[in-house]
Write a protein that binds this ligand. Structure first.
Ligand code: EPU
Length: 293
């Protein structure tokens, strides 16, 4: 286990916003979980799992959290049986690294997720999805950690997943997705590469994936209705407050143009909600995870 005092959220999130937390704990091996409750208690804060910080809007304030981070390391288990592939992956593994391994092996099913910058654990916990593909559809099971139960597995059938929804049904308490098991269809590396390339270039053309963003800010209010399209029609493409602004490319992305502040981001969110409510009658719900005191 590694411990880092006063970690800066600004340095740990893709939107580059946020003050300092109390501490950051890196889980390096299974035994480290056992020490976690006491450690969090010693710091007097609330535990908060942070993957790659790519779906996070953190406030520029002192944040009373102990950040829990997991080491990656590529999958410990890859096996092929009955024409399908199965993999158990560490929660801290980058999604990009995992998808590269799937491509190399010719395992198909998650190509649409290419270009999402998070970890496997984060993508599971948010049921990440794009281009007609969601992580939940490929899940066979998830290993969790909770203070009460330690490490334990639940089968996919015991989990509730939906659009940007993941509910393991283990109550309100703190939990971490420490590993996940997936099933894939067997295909060919060349085909998977071609599909990923197509998705990536489409994404790059329609979303600001090379800027400092936190992905989509709002959930789509109902199936087939794009929050980005609504915000675009409200005239918010490129709309700025200080150094924060909605993207010119896709209006559901906030961009930090350099010295952005969380208060500017909140102001933009309030303007977007108000306009969307006034113009279309939709109450936009945040998709990004807000980290505040
Ligand atoms: N559109 C506009 N203006 C905009 C943005 C979009 O007119 O500013 C139009 C597009 O031209 C298109 C339609 O709206 O006709 C839908 O756009 P897009 O394909 O980008 O899909 P989306 O519904 O806006 C969702 C996800 C994205 C995901 C894409 C592709 C949500 C909130 N967003 O966006 O996910 O990458 O589909 O599958 O569900 C994320 O979750 O962080 C995210 C980026």
């Amino acid at each position: 286990m590694r411990l880092i005092p006063e970690p800066s959220l600004r340095k740990r999130t893709t939107l580059r916003l946020g003050g300092k937390a109390l501490a950051e704990v890196w889980i390096e091996k299974d035994q480290d979980w056992e020490q976690l409750p006491e450690l969090v208690q010693d710091f007097g804060g609330t535990p908060l799992v942070l993957g790659r910080g790519s779906n996070v809007l953190a406030m520029d304030a002192e944040l009373p959290f102990v950040l829990i981070r997991q080491e990656g390391g590529l999958s410990e288990f890859f096996q092929q049986r009955a024409g399908r592939g199965e993999a158990v992956v560490q929660g801290g593994q980058t999604l990009a690294g995992f998808l590269a391994e799937c491509k190399r092996r010719g395992w198909s099913g998650l190509e649409g997720l290419i270009g999402i910058p998070g970890t496997v654990g984060g993508a599971v916990a948010m049921n990440a999805g794009s281009y007609g593909c969601t992580l939940g559809e490929r899940l066979l099971g998830v290993q969790f950690w909770t203070a009460e139960r330690g490490l334990f597995w639940l089968d996919a059938g015991q989990l509730r997943t939906g659009y940007r929804l993941f509910d393991p049904g283990i109550g309100e308490g703190f939990w971490v997705a420490s590993k996940a098991k997936f099933a894939f269809a067997k295909s060919e590396p060349g085909k998977i590469h071609a599909k990923m390339r197509e998705v990536y270039f489409h994404k790059k053309a329609t979303q600001p994936i090379l800027n400092r963003t936190c992905g989509c800010v709002f959930k789509n209010p109902k199936p087939g209705v794009s929050a980005g399209r609504l915000l675009d029609r409200c005239g918010l493409k490129g709309y700025r407050v200080g150094d924060m602004g909605f993207s010119e490319r896709h209006a559901n992305f906030l961009i930090n143009h350099g010295q952005g502040r969380s208060t500017e981001a909140l102001e933009l969110i309030a303007v977007a909600r108000e306009r969307c409510r006034g113009q279309f009658g939709f109450e936009l719900e945040l998709e990004v995870k807000c980290i505040s005191k």
